[in-house]
Design a protein around this ligand. Structure first.
Ligand SMILES: NC(=O)c1ccc[n+]([C@@H]2O[C@H](COP(=O)([O-])OP(=O)(O)OC[C@H]3O[C@@H](n4cnc5c(N)ncnc54)[C@H](OP(=O)(O)O)[C@@H]3O)[C@@H](O)[C@H]2O)c1
Length: 286
């Protein structure tokens, strides 16, 4: 992966860089020679990561942009801070989960998921897409790239329905833009992740009553390596992990209604806490 930054760099942007998958991408990109712009809210976590990069990869630069992606001024703030930097790679990763029965979610929490996972995601894509196409039209030797972090939940996710729908949007947007930008040499790969061992998985375990220990969670650095390999192989849509891919393949052979029933039954079985809560509430209503 060395010298990759000459094609897609020298600067890369990672959203959701303060933890989990985003932090692992920052480490991988810095190790590959990219200078990296980190975007998320938690400044301390991003600065600690930058200090680590300064020690482990003193040849690369880092820049922190502390911004709430749901703030109306977020694009102005990002535009101002990236001005003049030659950026050719975006890891569009920031996202939040929801793991609750749809009817238990109030309007604010539903809108928060849509705001981060759909609205901000689209704005960031549009902003950097414009930059990348302009850069590539100016310099015919350049390529640019985007990695969209979606989820296998894009198939449908009962008890995380808004989340699943938001990830279906991410996958669909990515596959369309991949075709739209092909002639402008913007390579786009959608990564549909299974369960990855990050803070998000911890929170889902807590709220849904998943037993993480009994599940096959992928280690985050391995996930990011597979994701990057898929991007470099110019795959359109990829799920890291042979086991995840096999399950998706088998389920993909089934008719849509059967598929949804199986997903619902699996989440129903796994999400013991949500199920109990939902059943108790149903009893109270009747
Ligand atoms: N972990 C999994 O099992 C899994 C599975 C499938 C897909 N994914 C997807 O992978 C991506 C990363 O998830 P993760 O597991 O790494 O979760 P994570 O550890 O919770 O990280 C989420 C990142 O998004 C940032 N973020 C959230 N809301 C934000 C906001 N309003 N403004 C700016 N930044 C915001 C967070 O930073 P701050 O809090 O500092 O703002 C954090 O850096 C998400 O899109 C998620 O849907 C994860």
């Amino acid at each position: 992966m060395k010298n990759l930054n000459h094609v897609y760099g020298p600067w890369a942007v990672v959203t959701g860089a303060s933890g989990g998958i985003g932090s692992a991408f920052v480490r991988l990109l810095a190790a590959s020679g990219f200078s990296v712009i980190l975007i998320s809210r938690r400044v301390d976590a991003m600065q600690t990561l930058c200090a680590e990069m300064a020690t482990s990869h003193p040849d690369v630069e880092t820049k922190v942009i502390a911004v709430d992606l749901t703030s109306p001024s977020m694009l102005d703030s990002i535009a101002e801070q990236v001005s003049g930097l030659n950026i050719g790679l975006l890891v569009n990763n920031a996202g939040i989960e929801c793991s609750d029965a749809f009817l238990n979610m109030d309007e604010a929490s539903r809108n928060q998921v849509i705001s981060v996972n759909v609205t901000a995601f689209t704005s960031i894509t549009h902003f950097f897409g414009k930059l990348f196409v302009a850069r590539n039209r100016f310099d015919k030797n350049k390529r640019a790239g985007m990695i969209f972090i979606s989820s296998v939940g894009a198939l449908g996710a009962p008890f995380a329905a808004v989340y699943g729908a938001s990830k279906a949007f991410v996958t669909n947007l990515g596959m369309s833009l991949r075709a739209e930008w092909e002639s402008d040499r913007v390579d786009l790969t959608v990564i549909e992740a299974g369960l990855i061992n990050t803070d998000m998985a911890d929170r889902v375990e807590e709220t849904m009553g998943f037993q993480k220990a009994g599940l096959h969670l992928m280690e985050v650095n391995l996930f990011v390596k597979y994701a990057m390999d898929a991007f470099l192989a110019r795959k359109g849509r990829f799920t890291p992990g042979a086991r995840n891919r096999f399950q998706l393949f088998v389920i993909g052979l089934l008719p849509q209604t059967t598929k949804n029933k199986i997903i619902a039954a699996t989440i129903w079985k796994l999400g013991s806490q949500q199920r109990l809560k939902y059943e108790t509430e149903a009893q109270n209503v009747s």
